[in-house]
Design a protein around this ligand. Structure first.
Ligand SMILES: [Zn+2]
Length: 306
């Protein structure tokens, strides 16, 4: 599933079970793929499930919308006779035992708060649909070790923040395009929204790519995206392709092909750098915008930094 990476980024051992895009929030239902858990009190492993419940945890907003994770949580029996507890709830790596927000959201809140007073931070965060009060920010700040607090300055988490920005502008673009392509006809406003979303994603991607120091960076594809970015106003377009559904042979009355719409690269401008143009034609021209960006982002994230 397209939104899978949001979950895999939290923890590779979790999977996305369902995804709902509501008017005011986006909901991800997720669960762990590991069948056992260790008792947090005595450490003994258990696979005997007592019951299940859902925890509601707030995550980083997407497209200005609040994001809620509904995390399937199992209660296990602890079979260690010497243990003080009979049952325990499984812990999730990305949130504290009784936490209401993911660690990555808390990190983001702390970053904002380290730049502003907590009352202003609360306002800024509310604006981007993160629910947190001034007093909760103070509690979070107190919880953070002093050493980390010092590193929270602009430079400390700079690359991490650029990476968040890149991933989130990508998922925003993906959702925006999905929604617009579902419509039967688009307005100029829709076209502008697509341009805006693609532009934002490209900027965030190039921002990250240009600052990452790695010997394995694919400079050819980077140049291709630079060309696309500089010439973006000259072209991306909606293309309708027919996609074989595959596998359906009976009953034969079913149409064998369904039309699929997607956004493809169609950039043409007189760039000074012929190399960038060449790389663009080789790597991007006529290809799907969302998937080429997605693939490049995945590769950027895997780069070993030097
Ligand atoms: Zn135990």
């Amino acid at each position: 599933m397209v939104m899978d990476f949001i979950v895999k980024d939290l923890d590779n051992n979790y999977k996305l079970d369902a995804f709902r895009n509501k008017a005011d929030k986006i909901i991800f239902e997720i669960s762990s793929e590991i069948s056992t858990a260790n008792c947090p009190y005595c450490g003994k492993e258990s696979k005997r499930i007592h019951s299940r419940y859902q925890r509601e945890i707030q995550d980083l907003p997407i497209q200005g919308k609040k994001v809620v994770l509904l995390v399937s949580t199992r209660k296990f029996f602890c079979d260690n006779d010497a243990c003080c507890k009979r049952t325990f709830s499984e812990r999730h790596t990305f949130v504290d035992a009784n936490g209401k927000r993911t660690k990555r959201l808390e990190k983001n809140i702390l970053f904002t708060s380290s730049q502003l007073s907590s009352i202003n931070a609360s306002k800024v965060l509310k604006n981007s649909n993160v629910d947190i009060s001034k007093s909760s920010i103070c509690v979070l700040l107190k919880k953070m070790p002093c050493f980390e607090k010092k590193c929270m300055g602009i430079m400390g988490d700079y690359m991490n923040n650029l990476m968040y920005a890149m991933e989130h502008s990508y998922s925003e673009m993906k959702i925006e395009i999905d929604q617009i392509l579902k419509k039967t006809d688009y307005t100029t406003e829709d076209e502008n929204s697509i341009f805006y979303a693609v532009g934002k994603c490209l900027h965030a991607m190039l921002d990250y790519a240009e600052r990452i120091r790695s010997n394995d960076l694919d400079k050819d594809t980077l140049d291709a995206f630079k060309y696309a970015n500089n010439g973006l106003k000259h072209g991306i377009e909606v293309e309708t392709i027919t996609k074989p559904t595959g596998g359906i042979t009976f009953p034969i009355q079913f149409p064998l092909e369904i039309p699929v719409r997607r956004i493809i690269w169609k950039v043409k401008w007189d760039a000074r750098s012929k190399r960038q143009e060449e790389m663009y034609l080789k790597h991007l021209d006529g290809k799907d915008v969302v998937s080429t960006c997605g693939e490049f982002i995945e590769r950027l994230k895997k780069l070993k930094k030097v």
